[in-house]
Design a protein around this ligand. Structure first.
Ligand SMILES: [Zn+2]
Ligand SMILES: [Zn+2]
Length: 353
C-alpha cells in the first residue's frame, strides 16, 4: 500500500510504500476511494494548536506519535475482513467513522466515543485515509453509503457530523423559524448550509472575510453573506435578523478572537454560540455578561457514531444537496495541504487514490 505520511511535524508529507495490512479479529481492510482534506489536518501536520497568549497545545502532549498518516474523512470499498468481523460484505462501499474511543469508558458507553479520554481516532492516533488502504478496528465504524458518491460520503465523517451535531445543539424552534449566523464559508461552512437545508432550517447569514467564499455561500443557499471586517458588520447582521436585534444562535467555524467576538456581539439575550473552529487564540469575556445576557457558549467537537448514522439517513431521505467538492489525485496530498493553508480551496478537496 501507499500512503502520504507525516514523518516529522510541519515537514512535507512523505510517500511511504509498505505491505498492505492483513485484517485480524474484528478489523476491516478498506481500499480507499476518497479522502477529504480537513482544515484540522493542517494543525495536526503543524504538530500543535494555538491556545493564544503564546501558548501551544502540542500533539505529542495529546499522545500522538509519528509517523502518522493523516485523513479522517475516508470512504472506500471493503477489501478484506478479520475472522471476527461481521456486518460488512467484501465489495461493500462504506464511509468510515474515525472518532473511535477505547470502547469501555463511561464516554464510550454513552455512545460518545468522540469524547473518549483515550481516543484511537483514525488519521490522528491511528493511520488515516491519505493512503490506498485503511485498517478499521471494527465493522460498526463502516457505514454503508448506498448511492452517495464516495467523495461526498467521505465528508460526512468529519465536516458532516461536525456541522450536524452543532446544528442539533440549537433549539429546533429557532432553527426552523429564524436565521442563524454561520461564521466561515470554507468546507465546513458550505457543508453546514446543505445540512441545515436537510434539517428543514430557516436559513443562515454567513460571514467570511473572503469575497469568493461569500459568493460560494450565497450559491449554496445562504440568504445573506457579510464581510466581517467592515466596521458595521454587527449592525448588518442585526439588520438581517427578523426583529432587527440580533440572532439567537451562531456557529463559529473559524475560532479566532475576532470571529468569536463577532458571534457574541451578534447574539440577542438568551443567545447561544456554538464554538467549532480551532484557528486559535483567546478572548476576554466580562463574567457578568454571561448571566446578564443569558449567554451560552457551547463547544462542539465532531460528532458521535449515531450522529453519522442519523446524518447519512437524512442525506438519503431528504436528498440533501452535496457540498462543493474538488477531486484531486492522492499524489497531490502535500500540494492540497499547501493550497488549503493559503485559503485557495473552495469547498472541500478530496484525494482520490
Ligand atoms: Zn476534520
Ligand atoms: Zn472510551
Amino acid at each position: 500500500m501507499r500512503s502520504y505520511t507525516v514523518t516529522e511535524w510541519a515537514h512535507p508529507l512523505q510517500l511511504l510504500e509498505q505491505p498492505t495490512p492483513v485484517p485480524t479479529g474484528t478489523e476491516v481492510l478498506v481500499r480507499v476511494t476518497a479522502a477529504g482534506v480537513c482544515h484540522s489536518d493542517l494543525h495536526i501536520h503543524d504538530g500543535h494548536y494555538d491556545l493564544g497568549g503564546g501558548k501551544l497545545l502540542r500533539m505529542q502532549e495529546r499522545g500522538m506519535a509519528l509517523p502518522l498518516t493523516l485523513g479522517h474523512e475516508t470512504a472506500g470499498v471493503v477489501e478484506a475482513v478479520g475472522s471476527d468481523a461481521s456486518g460488512v460484505e467484501i465489495g461493500q462501499q462504506v464511509a468510515v467513522y474515525p472518532w473511535i474511543g477505547c470502547g469501555h469508558c463511561d464516554a464510550c458507553e454513552l455512545g460518545e466515543e468522540q469524547n473518549c479520554p483515550q481516543p484511537r481516532t483514525l488519521g490522528i492516533f491511528l493511520a488515516g485515509g491519505y493512503a490506498t488502504h485503511i485498517l478499521v478496528p471494527d465493522p460498526r465504524y463502516c457505514l454503508d453509503i448506498g448511492d452517495i458518491p464516495p467523495e461526498v460520503a467521505a465528508l460526512y465523517a468529519c465536516s458532516g457530523i461536525t456541522t450536524y451535531s452543532s446544528l442539533k445543539k440549537i433549539d429546533p424552534r429557532v432553527l426552523a423559524n429564524e436565521p442563524i449566523l454561520i461564521i466561515g464559508a470554507g468546507g465546513l461552512g458550505l457543508m453546514a448550509l446543505t445540512v441545515l437545508q436537510g434539517m428543514g432550517g430557516h436559513g443562515a447569514i454567513v460571514a467570511d472575510i473572503d469575497a469568493s467564499k461569500r459568493e460560494a455561500a450565497l450559491k449554496n443557499g445562504a440568504y445573506a453573506a457579510i464581510d466581517p471586517t467592515v466596521p458595521d458588520a454587527v449592525d448588518q447582521i442585526k439588520a438581517a435578523s427578523p426583529h432587527g436585534r440580533g440572532l439567537r444562535a451562531a456557529i463559529d467555524l473559524v475560532g479566532n478572537p475576532s470571529t468569536a467576538q463577532l458571534a457574541i456581539d451578534s447574539l440577542v439575550k438568551g443567545g447561544k454560540l456554538i464554538a467549532v473552529g480551532l484557528m486559535g487564540g483567546e478572548i476576554t469575556l466580562p463574567l457578568p455578561l454571561i448571566p446578564m445576557r443569558a449567554l451560552t457558549i457551547e463547544g462542539n467537537y465532531v460528532g458521535s457514531l449515531e450522529d453519522m448514522r442519523e446524518l447519512m439517513a437524512l442525506v438519503r431521505e431528504k436528498h440533501v444537496p452535496a457540498p462543493p467538492v474538488t477531486k484531486r489525485p492522492l499524489d497531490q496530498a502535500q500540494a492540497v495541504i499547501d493550497e488549503l493553508r493559503g485559503g485557495r480551496i473552495t469547498g472541500r478537496a478530496v484525494l482520490i487514490p
